[in-house]
Design a protein around this ligand. Sequence first.
Ligand code: PLP
Length: 231
Amino acid sequence: MRKGSIAENLNAVSERIVTACRSCDRADDSVTLLAVSKTRPAADLRAAYDAGQRHFGENYLQEALEKQSALTDCDITWHFIGPLQSNKSRDVAEHFHWMHSVDRLKIARRLSEQRAAGMPPLNICLQVNIDDEDSKSGVAPEKLPALAEAVVALPNLRLRGLMAIPARRIGDEDQRTPFRQLAALLDQLREQLPDAELDTLSMGMSGDMEAAIFSGATIVRIGTDIFGART
Ligand SMILES: *Cc1c(COP(=O)(O)O)cnc(C)c1O
């Protein structure tokens, strides 16, 4: 458990982001901090919000919807980042701005169909199983081009980029390898789909944020270092 208050922790994480950006000649504002608030009560999100945080990531739908109802007075951008069963897609389509964990066409089709008329398109990242781990969700890299091509054609989605949760390596240098691989996959997609606005690499968590930023992350997803250890 970190000792600082949520506001202090947010400040420290923001400073780490700026330091990491400067160490690799990136602009200070080229990385968006997504506060991952799964298992945290709405009061903790409000504390972060009051300290200036606007992007929040949630993994569990029921829990997320309850917090959203408690925070309707806040101007929050909501990101869904967890695994999603297709029969729960409607809640994501109707209540979120971003979905980071699309890894199959069936889910993408449902999200597009269920996105309410009048809402802006749902921002989508395709989750890639970058280390080919049996235990992890995500599309295999070789299946990514076909999935991306089908997803950009869906009317109520806006494909923004890629997301991954690589295995932890020992050492910052080794940790960069999977992040570089994800960045290379995004470059390939940009060539394949020149009309899509592919501007997002959602990668890096509390333990590997610097390696991700060094490799081109545009969204880092940070839970523990903001809210403390989850029980
Ligand atoms: C929980 C979670 C995070 C945050 O992890 P921390 O190590 O607590 O920073 C980021 N991304 C996803 C997909 C998660 O499920």
